[in-house]
Design a protein around this ligand. Sequence first.
Ligand code: NAD
Length: 350
Amino acid sequence: MKICVLPGDGIGPEITAEAVRVLKALDLKFEMEEAQLGGCAIDAAKDPFPPATQKLAKEADAVLLGAVGGPQWDNNPRELRPESGLLRIRKDLGLFANLRPAILYPELANASTLKPEVVAGLDILIVRELTGDIYFGQPRGIEIRNGERFGFNTMHYTESEIRRILRVAFEAARKRSRKVCSVDKMNVLECTQLWRDVAKEVGKEYPDVELSHMLVDNAAMQLVKAPKQFDVVVTGNMFGDILSDEASMLTGSIGMLPSASLDEKNKGLYEPSHGSAPDIAGKGVANPLATILSVAMMLRYTFANEAAGRRIEDAVKKVLALGLRTGDIYEPGTQKVGTRAMGDAVLAAL
Ligand code: NAD
């Protein structure tokens, strides 16, 4: 069992270190090797996804990523930005399915900006297509047309791309509450009319799962109005990018939310849903729980070790019940701790 560890930039190295300690504590005989992705790789090798990292990631069964990015690289040409390393690794590994659970732990009900009764007990899964759509579509660019600047992108999906992501959503729903809501914008975009047509076809293969459809603008509203109506939400790359961030904020802290990006054989890249948080990098205050919970997803999806995944999740719940909080989820009456102390507490709970 080979794991490629990519700490990345900003708080990435701090939070990844805690997740690696948790992995080691499980005593499951993982082989782990570190490499660079993102800004640190640009600085070291002038490439956000250098060949050595490509090789290691290809050979591994799973990749654990911290986060990439930071203001010092924001003005680089697009191919020399940390985020292009992220897009390339997803594409290179064929990671087409992004799974982002948004779970509100009862202890953190007050962390949400929504009323506790709206979000208490929330448990939804956003399934986002990751390798197609307008983010990768050609042609694209900014050029001069008719004497002024003209920006353009292309949204496209093949029916096979839609079919495989819908199947991931239906399979996930079978392990949950058996409800899939497919999100599109079929009233305006032909590409997403195809999405809806194919979703209906795939739905027929899963008569035991309830399929509904929602336009993306309504889905954005419903997520804050009545989020508990959802079980699994499946959508394309761009809508999923936006809705998954919205869903994560329902829970109050992005520092709590893991994610998995899977290929067709359940090889996966696991990372927290948040970014590199340059504002708190190096201060030892970042919340490592999203990364630690990403390890739990890794054990479940790639290594099919449900028991070990659950052990980690239970340890996190125990630590929250004990009242330990990093700054992002702190509230009066709880004990504020830093990144390392939170990692220590999870290890102790394990
Ligand atoms: P961010 O998620 O890094 O930070 C948003 C806010 O949440 C900040 O106030 C930050 O301090 C806080 N935060 C995030 N993670 C936290 C944690 N674990 N513990 C405590 N607080 C936490 O988003 P941003 O500020 O928009 O982006 C910063 C950089 O991260 C940018 O360069 C962006 O491109 C990059 N980014 C990377 C990824 C990724 O690596 N997958 C995802 C999103 C953004």
